[in-house]
Write a protein that binds this ligand. Structure first.
Ligand SMILES: [Zn+2]
Ligand SMILES: [Zn+2]
Length: 375
């Protein structure tokens, strides 16, 4: 039954042709004055869900917060009146607009689809109601804009879509779905600079990643796993069936595969003694061939060592050189889920995007909701 509800959810979210995301944008700017201008298309301006005014390609609309949750609207230098809520929407097939924030700070950006402006709490709140593929393309350009490998862009498109749908209720109490910051996914508006992004996003249609129970996965990743990823419960308290430790031979030749840190032996032993609450003289020199949770000699976790000595990963050997302890480490980051350098290498070698996803996430399926059979 749970599966059926999961499927119904997926179908209801994904099969609606015009799934729009409601993204709160540029909130950090505390906008009090801004202007809107269409980009080679026409828009309509809907005032308080009541009055409609045409906005042509060459028009410039200026909105100023004037207190008491009211916005003064000027069209091409002529006052239109004061309203609380303004929506800009277009009948064009691919509408986009330029947004210029002028008070208190200055910022110019281009977005697609619909803009909603609401005045309250002393400022203008901006919401971009954006078609899912446009949103995903914008996220990809904001987060990994310089990537050219088609299969890697497809991996990221599928993962970004999965993430968006999994967290769609995150900001519900605030009246929108996702913010445009790293808290949700970084989104700076329309994808305009990397021509490889749009075809990659479009080619993945409505694909998402689900676990064995057909639940959307938490698609976490880190920079370089050092050749072996980490079980989720070894780093965080949560155990996830798809976040298992797997071998990764693709990242071990990459930039962040190895690191080294030297620590005075006296400091190392003092740390151990304090941690164990007893004198320690054995520095626990050890070579490990796979990831461990605890040091083999003492009840001290690699996770604690990483935090306390600010190490790049929890995957390292312990060696000595005179009166120094030398930590010889592998990878960079928590190591759970997808390995960025490994997945990039796989894409460069021509692996299909579903093979990349399935290497790093265990027992998952890449599914298109339209193909799911409810029976
Ligand atoms: Zn957020
Ligand atoms: Zn890796």
């Amino acid at each position: 039954m749970r599966y059926v509800f999961g499927l119904i959810f997926l179908l209801s979210v994904l099969c609606s042709e015009a799934k729009q995301m409601r993204i709160n944008i540029l909130d950090e700017l505390n906008t009090r004055k801004m202007s809107f201008s269409p980009q080679q298309c026409d828009y309509s301006m809907i005032l308080n869900e009541d009055k409609i005014i045409a906005v042509k390609q060459q028009d410039v609309i200026t909105l100023s917060y004037i207190g008491k949750s009211q916005v003064h609207i000027i069209k091409n230098g002529i006052s239109v009146g004061t309203y609380k809520k303004i929506v800009f929407s277009s009948e064009d097939s691919l509408p986009s607009f330029k947004l210029s924030i002028t008070l208190p700070k200055t910022k110019v950006a281009v977005y697609e689809d619909v803009l909603e402006v609401q005045a309250y709490d002393g400022e203008l709140y901006l919401f971009n109601l954006v078609e899912m593929p446009h949103y995903i393309a914008g996220v990809l350009e904001s987060e990994i804009g310089n990537v050219r490998y088609e299969e890697l862009l497809k991996v990221q498109a599928v993962i970004s879509r999965t993430y968006a749908l999994k967290h769609i209720d995150r900001h519900k109490p605030e009246g929108f779905e996702l913010c445009d910051k790293v808290h949700c996914q970084v989104y700076h508006g329309k994808s305009r600079f990397n021509p490889a992004i749009k075809p990659a996003v479009d080619s993945t249609g409505e694909l998402i990643v689900v676990d064995e129970s057909l639940q959307l996965i938490e698609a976490v990743f880190s920079a370089n796993c050092g050749g072996q990823t980490t079980n989720s419960e070894d780093i965080w308290s949560k155990q996830r069936s798809y976040l298992r430790s797997v071998c990764d031979t693709f990242c071990i030749t990459e930039k962040q595969a190895f690191w080294e840190k030297r620590i005075p032996k006296s400091q190392w032993l003092a740390y151990m003694s304090k941690k164990l609450n007893k004198p320690v003289s054995d520095p626990c020199l050890i070579h490990i061939s796979d990831r461990k949770v605890l040091l083999p000699c003492y009840e001290i976790s690699y996770k604690d060592l990483r935090g306390d000595f600010k190490l790049r990963s929890t995957f390292f050997d312990i060696d000595e050189d005179g009166d120094m302890i030398v930590l010889k480490g592998r990878g960079f980051g928590h190591g759970v889920g997808m390995c960025q350098e490994g997945s990039t290498r796989m894409a460069a070698l021509g692996y299909h995007f579903t093979d990349i996803i399935k290497l790093y996430y265990t027992n998952v399926q890449v599914v298109d909701a339209r193909d799911l059979n409810l029976e």
